[in-house]
Write a new protein. Structure first.
Length: 243
């Protein structure tokens, strides 16, 4: 006759061992997922939200965008790209102190770490890249157009106030230095972009080293979902020969 107590002990031990294995696997999967998310956020792509209306109507306030961080670190940028960049110095006010209780701040920090949060969005800027190193940019001609390397641009993405024809209220004539870019908001009469920092030490140019990446899609809200174009037809013919 089999002793039932001796029979149950191995079964209980097996159950306990099975739960331990399951718990271990869940922890391992979680850690791997966090590390992969961190690596993607650090080197490949991350999310930002739009805090201002300087890129309307392309981007709306509180839109979320996904940024390809391989540009310009691995792949070059193009004229017309929508880029996110760190403050080159003096473009933004000082960061506001953190709000919320410690738990909310902790959750926010974790989401930032894995790339799902964007608490530092208000310390970054998003604009359209107009000029690459070596480009000569002027505004405006008799039709109110901006020109890049002598080529007048037809800019379908620009938002202008009613009755305005010129794509910039402020005239300018600049040549982009090596290692820098010239950026402008699509909402041209409501964007403190390169034009309005020409008296700064950077002369309004943004160092390529400050560019976080190229925004390529609006991810939220769903009703705003769209790919972000760099309008190659607008900048056709602007390439400098020999560059």
């Amino acid at each position: 006759m089999t002793d039932s107590t001796e029979t149950m002990r191995p079964r209980r031990a097996t159950r306990k061992s099975g739960w331990k294995v399951l718990l271990r696997d869940v922890v391992v999967i979680f850690v791997i997922a966090v590390l992969v998310s961190f690596l993607i956020k650090t080197f490949v792509a991350r999310s930002f939200y739009i805090p201002s209306g300087s890129m309307e109507n392309t981007l709306q306030i509180n839109d979320r965008i996904i940024v390809n961080e391989l540009q310009p670190s691995v792949f070059p940028l193009s004229r017309g790209d929508v880029v996110v960049f760190k403050d080159p110095g003096g473009w933004l006010p000082a960061a506001a102190p953190q709000t919320g209780n410690p738990i909310q701040q902790g959750v926010g920090a974790v989401l930032d770490f894995v790339g799902l949060g964007a608490s530092d969005s208000d310390q970054h800027l998003v604009k359209r890249l107009i000029g690459l190193p070596g480009d000569h940019i002027t505004c405006c001609n008799a039709l109110g157009q901006m020109s890049v390397n002598g080529v007048p641009l037809k800019e379908p993405y620009v938002l202008l106030p009613a009755g305005q024809q010129a794509v910039s209220a402020k005239p300018f004539d600049v040549t982009v230095p090596a290692g820098k870019v010239w950026v402008m908001g699509d909402n041209r009469y409501n964007s403190a972009d390169s034009r309005y920092h020409m008296d700064d030490p950077t002369k309004g140019f943004v160092p390529l080293s400050d560019v976080v990446g190229r925004a390529f899609v609006v991810s939220w809200p769903v009703s705003h979902w769209t790919w972000l174009s760099n309008y190659p037809e607008t900048f056709s013919g602007t390439e400098v020969k020999g560059k």
